[in-house]
Design a protein around this ligand. Sequence first.
Ligand SMILES: Cc1cc2nc3c(=O)[nH]c(=O)nc-3n(C[C@H](O)[C@H](O)[C@H](O)COP(=O)(O)OP(=O)(O)OC[C@H]3O[C@@H](n4cnc5c(N)ncnc54)[C@H](O)[C@@H]3O)c2cc1C
Length: 388
Amino acid sequence: MFELTEAQQGVRSSVGRFARRELRWLAGKLDAAPPGSLDADLLALCCDVGMLSAQLPADYGGTMDGLSAAVAAEELACWDAGTAALLMANGQAQAAVSLSGNRYLMDLLFPEIVAAETARQPLLCALALSERHMGSDLQHPDAPATGRMMVTAKRRGDGYALSGRKAYCAAGNAARWIAVFATLSEDRSPEGLTGFLIPTDAPGFHVSEVLPIMGLRACPLVEFYVENVRVPREHLLTAEGGGADLVHKLIARGRAQAAAVAVGIARGAYELAHRHAVGRVQGGGPILGHQMVQGALADMAMRIEAARLLTHKAALCDPPQLALSSMAKVFASEVAVQAAGDAVQLLGAYGTTRKSGAEKIYRDAKMTQILAGTNDICRLAVTAPLRQ
Ligand SMILES: Cc1cc2nc3c(=O)[nH]c(=O)nc-3n(C[C@H](O)[C@H](O)[C@H](O)COP(=O)(O)OP(=O)(O)OC[C@H]3O[C@@H](n4cnc5c(N)ncnc54)[C@H](O)[C@@H]3O)c2cc1C
């Protein structure tokens, strides 16, 4: 439990080297790019190190188990959390297909992803669960949500036709395939929740808005709508009306990965603050010499270590455990926000400037309290077993 395996340590050093070499210099550029931008050169480099296929099942060429993926996410997020979030969104959509158990779709999609990666033509996937009027209601641990879903599926011949609008879909403007959850219920109730895999070049698929976001800017967040998009029966990710179980598994998996992104953000904040404390001279010497500065750094280090342990425990679980991964996500994201705030503080006025990188970390950290289910909803998942 306390030691990574040799393979997991290998992931830490190779992804860490990659992130330090490439993301360290690119993070500011990625943050300042117009909403919706993706850096083609960076994605090609991600292909070179196998980051786009790493989370596939091993028999399709995947190289990372859940804990390795968390270790990789921390390493990436330490230098640019948006890139880590982008790869997390891609991994979540791939997991929707592998957890569906649909061999036809796995055989269709996964070799295509590997071939595209080899050709340095990244093939991204996205997961579309949230809607404008159904955010927490779809993440809530107990309630079959009472709202009305906007994306509906109707049976048409030997397949389905999907119509409606999805919101907050990470990488939805860049994905080649999207795992979309829609309802088959006449009254639009989420009880009819069903998963489908759709190609984004299908007639009737439109990205309607790329959202300007405060942080994690390397990971575009978009709204899209589907207008009578035809989906063959073979592209079902779940039984009709049987989507809740897959959604539950994806939420549990996603929270452990989101926790790892938050640990990486916190570590990035700590390392930045530490470097600054060594170099900044006030009061006759480096500010690291002041006990209160040491105390702040010590508190950051302790919280990060605790967040990492909880995150690794959650990421180790196969299948992922909702209560544990929710604990990890809440704890790590709160550690990230606190560490980012402390970093801004320790950098003084310089920390409030764009140049320092600290204020970007602060904006990135805040996002982790909302993505993969808000921390309020995650807390409800922690106490769900107590309510049964
Ligand atoms: C960076 C980022 C990436 C994302 N990526 C994706 C993605 O790829 N795919 C996808 O489908 N979605 C994605 N999301 C959406 C995300 O899952 C939702 O934002 C999240 O579930 C919250 O939903 P909401 O934003 O509609 O907030 P709301 O549900 O409107 O919540 C608003 C506030 O009310 C509180 N609240 C709501 N209901 C309750 C309740 N029952 N009890 C207590 N408090 C409650 C919430 O905690 C929150 O503080 C992403 C979001 C972010 C920020």
